[in-house]
Design a protein around this ligand. Structure first.
Ligand code: CMC
Length: 393
């Protein structure tokens, strides 16, 4: 069937034509639908960015109000979800709980599973945007052994999420606009990143015409890996270990450079950015603001800054063009707000959801889409005859 191109990790293979996100890794540029990430992080909201990614244009006030109202009125989960979540072991990872929950949506919303019916897809997308934060909060509360709360739809999606997660009196977080704004900004920064591993998983599963919920649950599975979304938690674990072991940051960096036990400086390096990740710059600023506002002093922030300082001057990192990525400082902010480390990747999933939806819809509408089906280079045995059990050694 002709020669195939061997390209592990799809380093040079484009699987899609896409008009959603533009990245210039050499220049450190990221744009959603043409808008620079810096402007969106400063001026926009999570749901406005979701609208932009999915529909291609910024909404008018009327369009946004309507979209937000549709999402915010659907935050409630069917009671049976509580039993589903309650049935998992308390120490189960919240990403696994989230993935199972999203997968379960296909059983509750059988009226909106047709990938080719635009209205059904629209309502599925709204349901996902509304319910993922509620599921995320429940995954957290169950792990803590705390009662599940009902959404309060007088609150915005993000305020609701914070309240459902922490159970604090509404005023405490809602009044704290710095925290709410920081959450919005972090979600915006994660909202899309073209053909990353989880987005490619969403497209691949969707290319088999699986429904949107099932495709998104595949994305959540991919995101849970430590080389992808799991990196934000891995950064925190790394900082904790260095601190707990009383290790000198320089000694740790020497171990990284010697590739001892395969350790890497987590939160550093990127397949596409070979210059500073533009998201990391914004995250650093948010970290400063949130820690100051909450009056949190976290030595891990200083440790992270020290590691970055060493890396930026070290030949190993400079030659390989390794810079902090989006995950390097996010964990410190999440910790300051009160999230345990296991929840970090769940927050990334909420952030990435609009991008997954937009990319899935683009894939479904693209007449050039084919079922994802890579080739291989076979390295196994040539034909051989079946060996009877009695003759095997
Ligand atoms: N620490 C130490 N060395 C590194 C690191 C690191 N974080 N990242 C790459 N290298 C080295 C690697 O060992 C290799 O060196 P050599 O040429 O001597 O073999 C060289 O740099 C190229 O690395 P690679 O693994 O071929 O690069 P890649 O494009 O396949 O990997 C990456 C990209 C993000 C998986 C990798 O940089 C990494 O493992 N980073 C740490 C994990 C992390 O922070 N991931 C989050 C990525 S951003 C958010 C997301 O996508 O979810």
């Amino acid at each position: 069937t002709g020669a195939v191109t061997y390209d592990p990790g799809f380093m040079n293979t484009a699987n899609a034509k896409s008009s959603i996100t533009y990245i210039d890794g050499d220049e450190g540029i990221l744009r959603y639908r043409g808008y620079p990430i810096e402007q969106l992080a400063e001026k926009s909201s999570y749901l406005e960015v979701a609208y932009l990614l999915i529909n291609g244009e910024l909404p008018t006030k009327g369009q946004l109000d309507n979209f937000v109202a549709q999402v915010e009125r659907r935050t409630l989960l069917d009671e049976r979800f509580k039993r589903l979540f309650d049935g998992f072991p308390r120490d189960g990872h919240p990403m696994a709980v989230l993935q199972a929950g999203v997968s379960g949506l296909s059983t509750f919303y059988q009226d909106s599973l047709d990938p080719f019916d635009e209205e059904q897809v629209r309502i599925s997308a709204v349901r996902l945007l509304a319910k993922l934060p509620t599921m995320a909060a429940y995954a957290h509360r169950i792990a803590q052994g705390h009662a599940l709360l009902y959404p309060d739809n007088r609150l915005s999606l993000i305020e609701n999420f914070l309240r459902l997660t922490f159970g604090f009196p509404v005023e405490e977080y809602v009044a704290d606009s710095v925290v709410v704004r920081a959450m919005e900004q972090l979600l915006i920064l994660h909202a899309d990143h073209e053909q990353n591993c989880s987005t490619s998983a969403v497209r691949l599963v969707g290319s088999a015409q699986a429904n949107l919920f099932t495709s998104i649950s595949a994305g959540i599975g991919a995101l849970s890996g430590p080389a992808h979304g799991g990196a934000n938690a891995a950064v925190m674990e790394m900082l904790d270990q260095i601190q707990a072991g009383g290790m000198d940051p320089r000694d740790f960096m020497e171990k990284v450079k010697r590739k001892e036990d395969g350790i890497r400086l987590m939160g550093f390096g990127h397949r596409v950015y070979k210059n500073y990740d533009p998201r990391a710059r914004i995250v650093k600023k948010i970290a400063d603001d949130v820690l100051e506002r909450l009056g949190v002093h976290d030595e891990r922030l200083e440790l992270a800054m020290k590691l970055e300082e060493i890396a930026l001057k070290d030949d190993y990192f400079v030659e390989r063009r390794l810079y902090p990525n989006v995950d390097f400082y996010t964990g410190i902010i999440y910790k300051a707000i009160g999230f345990p480390t296991e929840m970090f990747t769940v927050l990334f999933a909420i952030g990435r959801l609009p991008g997954w939806i937009a990319q899935w819809e683009e894939m479904i509408h693209d007449p050039e889409t084919k079922i994802g089906r890579p080739r291989q280079i076979y390295t196994g045995h040539a034909e051989r005859a079946y060996t009877e059990m009695s003759e095997r050694t």
